[in-house]
Design a protein around this ligand. Structure first.
Ligand SMILES: [Zn+2]
Length: 343
């Protein structure tokens, strides 16, 4: 996937939404690019589904885990919508981009390129704006996520001109939408119920290691860091590296690092995945170039990861309780030094 993604980057960025707002004319997407985008979206969707369902017990905000990855015509530039509609066989504005293997949607025989009429009574918003926007998708996914997490979901589809009705039996999942931004840079963020990561992560770290970054962002959501930082009046901008903000951000970063090791373990990922991520040359470089004083140094993060991996390994078959989850209703303290193990 890596080479293909890199290949499409220069071309596809202009075709996609959030990457280039207000661009006058989008470059035409071809079939290879569209399939590369699908493959990239599905790689993240599979990781997200695995982490969100395996860790549902740690989440108080749940959604039905169904395994359908949706896309909408609305997210593509107007110039490309005709090509996109044909290639993905859109019979409406919203369709199944892909299905997570082994998921409830696969068991219900829902397939990639089925068009969506409704999911649990939720219908796609048919408004197609003149600019590319993921609002339609975000709204639809949020409404589906608000359905009961473990009740059967009636799904109405269109496939090859025919209307189909199936029932999906979802599994509870942590409520988080995973969004891949086709962008060569390195940017991963958690917004409470959204994890957004750039395709640059896949280009530089490879598919396997990116799961560690995704787990870190999901940990932020599970621990409600965004809203707790907001509640403390933390400054996410330039001032994040100064004053009281430093402690608050470092506390949340280290907590997310530590919890991410547990999330990965519970989802059955290799035991050293998180520490391998931080030993990757690109991760080391991120510490210097991309990260302000608000983020701990990679050496500290690596030590934290390794210590947590050792704890989990020592616990054997029974996983230890996940840290910080019980305190997620309490205000942040800004204390972070004690989170780094001493030699
Ligand atoms: Zn973080």
């Amino acid at each position: 996937m890596l080479i293909r993604i890199r290949l499409i980057l220069s071309l596809a960025v202009a075709c996609l939404v959030a990457a280039v707002p207000g661009i006058a004319r989008a470059q035409a997407l071809d079939a290879t690019m569209m399939e590369a985008i699908r493959e990239a979206d599905m790689t993240l969707a599979v990781t997200g589904f695995r982490l969100s369902t395996a860790n549902a017990a740690l989440c108080d905000r749940l959604e039905p885990g169904h395994g359908m990855q949706f896309h909408t015509l609305a997210q593509y530039a107007v110039d490309n919508r005709g090509l996109v509609a044909t290639h993905f066989a859109f019979a409406g504005t919203l369709a199944v981009e892909g299905i997570v293997p082994g998921s409830p949607a696969e068991r219900a025989d829902i397939r990639a390129d089925d068009s969506v009429v409704s999911v649990g009574g939720v219908r796609p918003d048919d408004a197609l704006s003149k600019t590319a926007s993921i609002d339609t998708l975000a709204k639809f996914v949020a409404a589906v996520a608000a359905l009961p997490p473990a009740q059967p979901i009636p799904v109405e589809l269109r496939r090859g001109g025919k209307r189909l009705s199936v029932i999906v039996y979802p599994v509870p999942a942590c409520r988080t939408r995973y969004e891949l931004l086709i962008d060569g840079g390195l940017d991963a963020r958690a917004y409470g119920d959204l994890v957004r990561i750039t395709s640059g992560y896949y280009d530089r770290f490879g598919d396997e290691l990116v799961a560690a970054a995704v787990a870190h962002e999901l940990a932020h959501n599970i621990l409600r860091h965004r809203e707790r930082l907001d509640a403390m009046g933390a400054d996410f901008g330039f001032a994040s590296g100064f004053g009281r903000n430093v402690g608050l951000f470092r506390q949340t970063e280290l907590q997310a690092d530590i919890l991410s090791v547990h999330l990965l373990a519970r989802a059955g990922y290799p035991a050293d995945l998180a520490s391998r991520f931080w030993q990757h040359p690109v991760a080391k470089g991120m510490s210097g170039i991309f990260q302000s004083r608000s983020h701990p140094h990679w050496k500290d993060r690596l030590r934290v990861m390794q210590a947590e991996e050792a704890k989990i390994a020592a616990a054997g078959a029974v996983l230890p309780p996940a840290p910080f989850v019980a305190e997620r209703d309490l205000p942040l303290t800004g204390e972070w030094k004690d989170l780094i193990p001493r030699d």
